[in-house]
Ligand binder design. Sequence first.
Ligand code: SF4
Ligand code: SF4
Length: 373
Amino acid sequence: MEYRKFNKLSWQPSLLGMGCMRLPLQTNGQIDEKETAILVQEALAGGVTYFDTAWPYHGGESERVMGNILKNYPRSSFTITTKLPSWLIETPQDIEKYFHLQLQKLQMEYVDVYLLHALDKKRYDHLKSLDVFTHLDKLKAEGKIKHLGFSFHGSLEDFLYILNDGLKHFEICQIQLNYMDISHQQGLIGYHELVKYDIPIIIMEPVKGGNLAKLPADIEKPLLKYQPDKSIASWAMRWLFSYKGICTILSGMSNLSQVKDNLLTFNSAKPLNQQENALIEEVRNQVIKRTFVACTGCQYCMPCPMEVKIKNIFEQYNKMYTYDNFKKEGLNLITKEGLINNCINCGVCLSKCPQSINIPQKLAEIKNNLTKI
Ligand code: SF4
Ligand code: SF4
């Protein structure tokens, strides 16, 4: 296991971190604590020292379960990250209230990293208006927070605003990055900003929510031919190894075989060579080609008089179509959020789309395709 050193951190994190958002479940949907304990033990034995949880994970149960399990290990043998549920903060008092509730759930005296969770400009400005840094600096001074940072899922514009404004407070930052998302959210531009400011980077979604762990058969074929004994997920992890500034790559491990596969990949920690990078480049090109509708997400077509969420529907359907991954939750998102059935083919949106997409026609095609699943 690699442990990278960062000036801004008082410890060296393990390059592989355990994300605690997809813990093993029992048949009733509750976290399987016994199985989770086995995963944690295996991870620690394999050199993982970094654990990442948050208030909303598993309906609030992730922090409690991780606290129950980690209390059996010396506090110095691991680091724990949790996050301020920024969307729930209404008053300045809420900041410390939630933090202390989290400490209670974790059964710990302090957290190693505390992140302002899933910031965008609006949330950041709101938290600042509640004097968030005064409260968190106080908790730091009391030794209850070792390092402060933020996690992010918004636009590049919001990312640069938050980073530049909060620079003197942030010691660490968690972003989504993988070989398919180089221009998504903050993308590589945001990554390079963090490197410029020497801010240690935690990577989430290295396999894009599982999509890069199992690619469509024709696309993953060259990878399997090149390395038959290596998992498809390992390619996505290794793509990240060469990016400096990354302190930890989180993997939301749900079973023992995922833990073992990750340990195998991280214990050799070999970045992709030139030939391997070319193969991933080709995978990226093939995936991009498999786009059902060339929507750029600009939203010029909105609002639709029938409240069809055109951009959301196209984005979600593209994701499922590209990776051949029609999971129930994805389908639900389209039908629940999208009100796809509301389209009355009025044509109001047609002239607004700079990509000349025949929106009602594409919506009808998606609707038709969904009935065949
Ligand atoms: S054609 Fe459909 S999606 Fe477009 S504006 Fe009309 S109802 Fe909305
Ligand atoms: S205007 Fe066209 S490209 Fe922009 S979000 Fe609407 S459908 Fe997509």
